[in-house]
Design a protein around this ligand. Structure first.
Ligand code: AMP
Length: 359
């Protein structure tokens, strides 16, 4: 059974990418710059990544024969989204190494496991409790207090799978609103700002963090990331130290997005994403090596680049009709994802605006 060797993969190697969205597209572009080829696995035809990848398999995650064939035709496998079924991962893992590892993916797939893992590292998380039944929800409200946020344990993204409870009357409808699935109740954090650290760890354990970005969400979707974040050097150092602790604990290989709340009393870890991250897109224009190349470097066993930025940056997501707004698209630093249909709430592209670097 030929798994990826721990030696660096040579030029011309094939990286298997599970998921063919914009993150897969930008991974494939970065891989091509390094002389690598990408083979994308994605259920939907004409996905953003397939337009630029060397090869695409269009098949579902339940098609084990297609998954096996895919795995046998690549040298190593990575992924651009988290919600990959275990059965698909089992089939691939029998043939090829998956980077980042499955423990990292499993931890991030389940918000309850994720919170317990982060807390076990001594990191601060919002008060939380696992909730599946009404008595458990009532107990969580009694312990944590209101307001709180109920989040599905699995399959949440861009603020989906969340219900906010402000007053006691909200308790009655919360479980049906969330879809009666296993959930986590989380204390509402009065944050001053939201930050994220995009961090990379190599196969050899080298860790490089990009400068933390400051994120603003609109309707649960990331709107802008600004770098540098408006925080002290001590907070920047602490944010990077938190990311290092997490990556080391998971023996992680690849890029991870670590989302943090900055509060008056310190940093609280919100969640981790074991992949390249929307809040790291600014690195494409403000750094010599961006998060996508850094991820590819890690996955193919190459040394990481330094991660320094040469400019300040504001990344603005182009959501839905934004993509037709020439005031937004008429500047340098434009990245479009090749999605044919414009839909409200759909990420169509982003633009990175640069300015002179301040520390
Ligand atoms: P998430 O899916 O966990 O990243 O949540 C999406 C967004 O909801 C976050 O970026 C925050 O703006 C907000 N949010 C999530 N959890 C909390 C919390 N415990 N307290 C306050 N705001 C939160």
């Amino acid at each position: 059974m030929a798994k990826a060797a721990s030696a660096p993969l040579p030029t011309g190697s094939v990286i298997g990418v599970l998921g063919g969205g914009q993150l897969g597209r930008m991974l494939a572009l970065a891989a091509a710059r390094l002389g690598m080829r990408c083979h994308v696995f994605e259920p939907e035809a004409n996905c953003p990544a397939s337009q630029v990848a060397d090869h695409t398999t269009t098949a579902g995650y339940d098609d084990l024969a297609a998954l096996l064939e895919f795995a046998r035709n690549v040298d190593v496998v990575t992924f651009e989204f988290e919600n990959i079924p275990d059965s698909a991962l089992d089939a691939i893992a029998a043939e090829r190494e998956i980077r980042p590892n499955r423990r990292s993916l499993a931890t991030s797939q389940d918000r309850l496991a994720e919170k317990a893992f982060l807390a076990s590292l001594g990191l601060t998380v919002a008060p939380y409790a696992g909730v599946s039944t009404m008595p458990e929800l009532q107990q969580a409200v009694a312990t944590i207090g209101l307001p709180l946020i109920l989040k599905t344990r699995r399959f949440g993204y861009d603020g989906k799978g969340q219900v906010r409870l402000k007053v006691r009357q909200d308790i009655d409808s919360a479980l049906s609103l969330i879809g009666a699935v296993p959930s986590v109740a989380e204390g509402f954090v009065e944050f001053e700002r939201e930050l994220s650290v995009i961090a990379a760890r190599s196969h050899q354990g080298q860790i490089v963090c990009f400068d933390p970005g400051e994120n603003v969400h609109v309707d649960g979707i990331l709107d802008t990331t600004t770098v540098p974040a408006n925080v002290t050097d001590a907070v920047i150092d602490e944010a990077k130290a938190i990311a290092r602790t997490i990556l080391d604990a998971l023996d992680y290989v690849g890029v991870m997005g670590v989302e943090l709340f900055a509060t008056a009393t310190g940093l609280i870890v919100n969640e981790i994403a074991p992949r390249v991250h929307n809040s790291g897109h600014w690195t494409q224009n403000a750094c010599a090596v961006d998060q996508f190349e850094q991820h590819i470097r890690a996955v193919i066993g190459w040394p990481l680049a330094g991660g320094e930025r040469h400019s300040n940056a504001v990344m603005k997501n182009l959501i839905g009709d934004d993509v037709n707004d020439t005031a937004l698209t008429g500047t340098a630093g434009l990245h479009l994802y090749g999605k044919a249909e414009v839909k409200p709430g759909r990420k169509m592209g982003h633009v990175n605006r640069l300015s002179k670097k301040t520390p």
